[in-house]
Design a protein around this ligand. Sequence first.
Ligand code: HEC
Length: 224
Amino acid sequence: MLRISFGAIIIAGVLALGFAGFRGAKSDLTHVEWFNDMAHQPKFQPQHRNDLFADGRAARLPVPGTIPIGLTLPGRQDGTGGSNTGGTFTFAPDYLNTGRMGTVYGDGIPAQLAAKGHDLLRRGRERYDINCAHCHGSTGAGDGVVKAFGMMTVASLLNEPNVAQPDGKIFNTITHGRSTMGAHGPVITVEDRWAIVAYVRALQKAGSGKLAVAPAATATPEKK
Ligand code: HEC
């Protein structure tokens, strides 16, 4: 039995070599590709034809109204141009766009956005509830619905290390994510990321349990 299997293996090896030849061996025979060589990839290259589309072009134009990830429309930020509504996506290196001041994280909401006051917080609450609450919980306590499905490492935003972080660092975490938390920079505009930061700050104040941080009207004990 053993002898037969040995023989079969040797014959199979010789046959394989006979068909495939040695690497680098030259031959006049037509080259057979068992599966595509790297030089022949089943993909459309720029300027190639593709009859799937009515215009026969393989390269498609961007869908009207979309912004490529990482790009910004000139003038969008200061309201002087840009046709897309809803905010800016950009990698510009300033504080507004990175949360960094040089090599350190800055603190504070950028002035042009802070000027929006309560509107910014309202927007932040809405965006937080959409983008963050399923993980971090609607109060920021880290008890979002995903916990029940096994995502145990979601951080509480009310913990001291997170409270102590500068605003720029939270902005950066939203933009780029952190370990199991994905990057939200590509899907949440710069303005909305700051709005969320402002709202996270409000949640932290609300969750601190200290009366001192509550507005005066609610800080006074109720009169019986
Ligand atoms: C898919 C679930 C998920 C979503 C959505 C999510 N996070 Fe997180 N987040 C996590 C996890 C998990 C961690 C802990 C990461 C780690 O292990 O350090 C975390 C950590 C953080 C931290 C702490 C980072 C640090 O330095 O320790 C902040 C701040 C934060 N998230 C804010 C947000 C905000 C704001 C949003 C909404 C834009 C958001 N996260 C959306 C899962 C999520």
